[in-house]
Write a protein that binds this ligand. Structure first.
Ligand code: FAD
Length: 404
C-alpha cells in the first residue's frame, strides 16, 4: 500500500528549475513538495554557471550577499583562443545588473544554498531519494505523481504537478507530450586536469581547425570539455589514451606536464548533447519547465539560466491563484506563452553554433579569424552583445513578490 501525501503543488526534480520553483512558490505561501531522485545534489559535470540575471534575481530576493559568501570564481570576460590568437568574445562588465560577471559555483552548492533557504518556509518539503515513476491521472486530469522511495511507494496528490525532471523527463513521456528533436552533431567529453599557478587566467575556449576544447577555471583544477562529433567516442577510444592526451596538448600546450593524469577512460565522461522542445508544455493539472520542456545544449552555457527563468515565470504567473486553489490550463498556457519564445531563440542560436560554427565554417578557419570574431577584436563595444545574450538572455524574469 503506497504512502499518501496531499499538497497544492508537487515538483518532480530538484535541479535548478525545480528547486527555484519550489523556493519561490513556498515563499509566496503555496504548500509545495519537491521530489528528487538522488540522495544529494553531488553529481559531477553539471553546469556550474550562475549568470548575472540569476545573481540579479538573488539580489531581488534579498539573498545575494549571503549567496556570494559561497566559494565561487568570478568570470568577467569570456575569452577564446582561435587558431592560436586570443580573442575576447563577451565582456560582462557593462551589463545593467548589480553583478557584472558570471559566478562559477558547483551546482550542488547553489542547490544546497537555495534549498536550505526554502526549508525555512513551513509549507516547503524536499524529499530526497524519491524517484517519480508515474503520473496519477483522474478523468484526464493529472492529480499527482507516484514515486519510489527507500521506504516503498509514495503517492503525492496535488492541484498542480510541475515536471522539472530534466532532459530524460519521465513526466513528459508519461504525459504523452510530443517532442520536437533538433539534430545535434556533437557530444562532449568531460574531464578534470589539475591547475598550476602559472597557467593562463580564465581561458575558456580553444578553437582549432574545426575542433574545440573548453577549459573552465575551477580554482585548483580545470574542468575540460572536449567537443567531438556525435557518436565519435568509440573511435577516439580505439586510437588509445596516449593519442587522446596528445589531442588535448595540441590545444593547450601548458597541460603537457599533467595530461597523463587522464590515465583511465573512466576519468573521461561522455555527455550526450540534445536539443529538443515540447509542443505542449502543459495539460490539465501539469506543467513542464526547464530541460523537461526544452533540453538545452551546453553551447553558450545558458541552460541553467533558462531553467531558472522558467521557474520565476511559473511562480509569478501561478502563485497567487495556487495559494487558494487549482490553476486552469489557460493559466498554465500563459507560462508556456511567456517562456517559449526565449527558448526558441536560444535553441536556434545553439543549433546555429553547432551546425555553422562547430562542424561547418570553423573547419575553414585554418590560420585565420572568422569575420565575426575579427569584428569583436576590432570593436570591443560589440562584445557587449554576446555578453547580454549569455549573461541575461532574452526576456529576463524578475521576482514579483505577490504574483501577477
Ligand atoms: C554536457 C553539458 C554541460 C552543460 N553545461 C552547462 C553550463 O555550463 N551552464 C548552463 O547554464 N547549462 C549547461 N548545460 C545545460 C544545463 O545542464 C541544463 O539546461 C539545466 O541543468 C536544466 O536544469 P533543470 O533543472 O531543468 O534540469 P536538471 O538540471 O537536469 O535537473 C533535473 C533534476 O531532476 C532529477 N530527476 C530526474 N528524473 C527524476 C525523477 N524521475 N524523479 C525525481 N527526480 C528526478 C535529476 O536528478 C535532477 O536533479 C549543460 C548541459 C550538458 C549536456
Amino acid at each position: 500500500m503506497a504512502e499518501k501525501l496531499q499538497t497544492r503543488c508537487v515538483i518532480a526534480g530538484g535541479g535548478p528549475a525545480g528547486i527555484m520553483a519550489g523556493y519561490l512558490l513556498a515563499r509566496a505561501g503555496v504548500p509545495v513538495i519537491v521530489l528528487e531522485k538522488h540522495a544529494d545534489f553531488f553529481r559531477d559535470f553539471r553546469g556550474d554557471t550562475i549568470h548575472p540575471s540569476t545573481l540579479e534575481l538573488m539580489r531581488e530576493l534579498g539573498l545575494l550577499d549571503e549567496f556570494l559568501k559561497q566559494p565561487h570564481q568570478v568570470v568577467r570576460e569570456l575569452r577564446a583562443v582561435v587558431n592560436g590568437q586570443v580573442v575576447t568574445i563577451a565582456d560582462f562588465t557593462k551589463l545593467p545588473t548589480r553583478c557584472k560577471f558570471i559566478a562559477f559555483m558547483p551546482q550542488w552548492d547553489f542547490l544546497n544554498f537555495l534549498s536550505s533557504h526554502a526549508r525555512r518556509f513551513p509549507n516547503f518539503q524536499l524529499h530526497m531519494e524519491t524517484e517519480v515513476v508515474d503520473l496519477l491521472i483522474d478523468n484526464g486530469r493529472v492529480t499527482g505523481v507516484r514515486a519510489k522511495t527507500p521506504r516503498g511507494e509514495l503517492d503525492v496528490h496535488a492541484d498542480l504537478v510541475i515536471g522539472a525532471d530534466g532532459r530524460h523527463s519521465i513526466i513528459q513521456s508519461r504525459a504523452g507530450f510530443q517532442r520536437r528533436e533538433f539534430g545535434v552533431p556533437i557530444d562532449v567529453l568531460w574531464m578534470r586536469i589539475s591547475k598550476k599557478q602559472n597557467d593562463p587566467e580564465q581561458t575558456l575556449g580553444f578553437f582549432q581547425h574545426g575542433k574545440l576544447l573548453v577549459l573552465l577555471d575551477r580554482g585548483d583544477y580545470w574542468q575540460c570539455g572536449f567537443v567531438i562529433p556525435k557518436g565519435g567516442f568509440d573511435e577516439i577510444k580505439a586510437r588509445g589514451l596516449p593519442q587522446f592526451q596528445n589531442d588535448i596538448v595540441s590545444f593547450a600546450g601548458f597541460l603537457r606536464d599533467r595530461v597523463a593524469e587522464l590515465d583511465e577512460w573512466t576519468k573521461i565522461k561522455l555527455l550526450t548533447v540534445q536539443i529538443n522542445r515540447l509542443r505542449d508544455w502543459c495539460r490539465e493539472g501539469l506543467l513542464c519547465i526547464g530541460d523537461s520542456a526544452h533540453a538545452m545544449s551546453p553551447a553558450g552555457g545558458v541552460g541553467i539560466n533558462l531553467a531558472i527563468q522558467d521557474a520565476v515565470a511559473t511562480a509569478n504567473l501561478l502563485a497567487r491563484k495556487l495559494r487558494t486553489g487549482p490553476v486552469s490550463v489557460d493559466d498554465l498556457l500563459k507560462v508556456q506563452a511567456r517562456r517559449e519564445w526565449p527558448t526558441r531563440l536560444i535553441q536556434a542560436m545553439q543549433v546555429f553554433i553547432h551546425r555553422q560554427v562547430v562542424t561547418g565554417q570553423m573547419s575553414d578557419w585554418k590560420g585565420s579569424l572568422p569575420f565575426v570574431v575579427r569584428l569583436l577584436k576590432w570593436f570591443p563595444v560589440l562584445r557587449q552583445i554576446p555578453a547580454r545574450f549569455i549573461g541575461i538572455g532574452p526576456r529576463p524574469e524578475h521576482y514579483c513578490s505577490r504574483g501577477r
